[in-house]
Design a protein around this ligand. Structure first.
Ligand code: SF4
Length: 357
């Protein structure tokens, strides 16, 4: 209990209390914040969360929305599988639970996109349930304080961490604050690099600290080198419009708008000719984007077509998008960044596009 008591005391004066998803016990709002915060930093989520809630204020609204508009509001947050799972989760809650997130945590964990730790966070914050969270930050805190060696991805190590996490829980009344406290400790004090042990409320009793081996825990997995996949993107402009393609639902950026992608330049040139290009597209500076399991190295190729006629492309997945509308479109962040550069260079050059990088 001393661990929980020390954290609760510390949270009152040092923890975070001004985040927009704090101070609510609405499971929809808490769930949304937890899903957005998976693999995304708080600072980034802060700019998306209120906008998403404006558009989808409750679970029924989200469930009834077409997936395209959900992806559009998610564009820029990355990890788009989360948006599709969130949509599927909202549909399940609306259809099978009458619009109310179920309890206890074990029932929540059956919903699409909600793992054991996320379910526990929702249940602790909204229902005072004594359920332990174990996200990456909490794993790090517990592995250090209790000197739990080994890779947390291994079953036996994960089981040991869950067992410790559950043994430390306070009474129901303190669950929301305790859950926030252990999250805050991992995010701000017991950080992956240069933890601030001198400010830590649970330094007393921390085995890794006592042994002087703080950075040895948790054991690091040997990262396999990330493979690189290359691709060529066609940036076809007709006046102020750019050709975009809706990607298939499966695969990277599923369901989002992107630029027509080709595995090799010859196919890209053929595509440009079919659109009426008089000259081959010009390659721009290559770019890279890191996904979890691979890096995409892509070269954009710019071609400017006669402004008229702007007929709808024969392929139903393709369409012309005004460069002035790219900010509100469901474009993945690296494609949006590229199109911003194209748009800004077009404006600088008086639409001559001479300086596009
Ligand atoms: S003393 Fe240091 S290593 Fe131990 S829990 Fe606190 S911040 Fe983490």
């Amino acid at each position: 209990m001393e661990f929980a008591r020390a954290l609760l005391r510390w949270q009152r004066t040092h923890g975070r209390s001004d985040l927009p998803w704090q101070g609510t016990r609405d499971p929809y709002r808490v769930w949304l914040s937890e899903i957005m915060l998976q693999q995304t930093r708080v600072a980034t989520v802060l700019s998306y969360y209120p906008r998403f809630l404006d558009r989808f204020p409750d679970v029924e609204t989200l469930a009834a929305a077409p997936i395209e508009s959900v992806l559009q509001s998610w564009a820029g947050l990355g990890y788009y599988a989360r948006a599709r799972l969130a949509h599927a989760c909202a549909k399940t809650v609306a259809a099978e639970y009458g619009g109310a997130f179920p309890r206890p945590a074990a029932e929540l964990a059956r919903l699409p996109g909600i793992g054991r730790s996320t379910a526990a966070a929702i249940a602790a914050f909204c229902f005072d349930e004594r359920a332990a969270i174990l996200d990456a930050n909490v794993r790090r805190v517990l592995a250090r304080r209790y000197a739990i060696d080994g890779d947390p991805a291994q079953r036996a190590v994960a089981d040991a961490l869950w067992a410790v996490a559950e043994s430390l829980l306070p009474g129901r009344r303190d669950m929301p604050r305790y859950t926030q406290a252990i999250m805050d400790l991992g995010a701000g004090i017991c950080t992956a690099r240069k933890p601030r042990c001198d400010l830590c409320p649970v330094q007393d009793g921390c085995r890794a600290y006592r042994m002087g081996r703080v950075e040895d825990f948790p054991a690091r997995r040997k990262a396999a080198p990330r493979p690189v996949r290359s691709a060529h993107f066609l940036v076809a402009l007709r006046g102020p419009h750019v050709l975009v393609e809706q990607r298939a639902a499966d695969g990277i950026w599923g369901g989002l708008l992107s630029l027509p992608e080709h595995p090799e330049v010859r196919a890209l040139r053929r595509h440009a000719r079919s659109l009426g290009a008089a000259a081959p597209p010009t390659p721009l500076a290559p770019r890279r984007h890191a996904f979890t399991h691979f890096t995409l190295a892509f070269t954009p190729h710019l071609v400017r077509l006669d402004p008229e006629p702007r007929r709808a492309p024969a392929d139903g997945a393709l369409r012309w998008l005004a460069l002035g509308e790219i900010e509100g479109a469901a474009l993945p962040a690296p494609v949006l960044a590229l199109l911003r550069a194209v748009r800004d260079d077009a404006a600088d050059a008086g639409s001559g596009l001479a300086g596009t990088r």
